[in-house]
Design a protein. Structure first.
Length: 203
């Protein structure tokens, strides 16, 4: 074999070795890029699912999270609400309302020289017997409710209550006070639908 043939074979061997290295580098680069793209797609998909789950959880935690698509005749007066509150068996669709009767309130208030006492009788209405029943949540909270409502009544003014809508504003304030007490004790506040004054006297 001549010297020139040996040199040519050596050069061809070097070329094929370099070509093999280049091919391997291209394959490894493509694999890394492919793995990066796959990882990005998986992470994006996971983040999307997490965002959806978070949105669903937030929605379920809102007050009055009612499903508008659900048949109202089947659902009746049942309410769905966040699991952070105590959960109660929902009332039957045809359930009648129940009432929690408070002790009679007679308090000194800001009568502004026209009255000395404010007398009010209250009944809270709910479709959840577990909240307003004889052994319900409000019965256990009766002393707190009485204290907070008395404080509210003592701070009323004759001129505000003497207006045509005065008693209605007072009812709304009493309902808000009661709902705050329930919420503080992990009872969903909107389970109390309304409050009614069966007596309202300023004298």
């Amino acid at each position: 074999m001549s010297k020139e043939e040996v040199i040519e074979e050596g050069q061809e061997g070097k070329k094929s070795g370099k070509g093999l290295i280049i091919v391997l580098l291209v394959v490894v680069t493509l694999l890394l890029v492919g793995m990066g793209i796959m990882a990005f797609l998986l992470m994006s998909s996971h983040d999307k699912d997490a965002t959806t789950d978070s949105t669903e959880m937030h929605a379920s935690a809102e007050h009055g999270d009612d499903n508008p698509d659900e048949d109202a005749s089947v659902k009746g007066h049942a309410k769905s609400y966040s699991p952070e509150y105590k959960q109660f068996e929902p009332p039957a669709p045809e359930a009648a309302p129940s009432y929690f009767v408070m002790d009679k309130f007679v308090v000194n208030f800001n009568g502004e020289g026209k009255a000395k006492f404010l007398a009010v009788d209250l009944q809270f209405m709910s479709y959840y017997e577990q909240v307003v029943g004889a052994d319900g949540e409000m019965e256990h909270l009766r002393p707190i409710l009485k204290n907070d409502i008395q404080r509210l009544l003592r701070n009323q003014r004759f001129t505000d209550l003497d207006k045509p809508d005065g008693p209605d504003h007072l009812r709304a304030e009493i309902l808000e006070v009661a709902r705050k007490v329930l919420e503080k004790h992990k009872v969903y506040p909107d389970l109390i639908e309304d409050v009614y004054m069966t007596r309202f006297v300023m004298q």
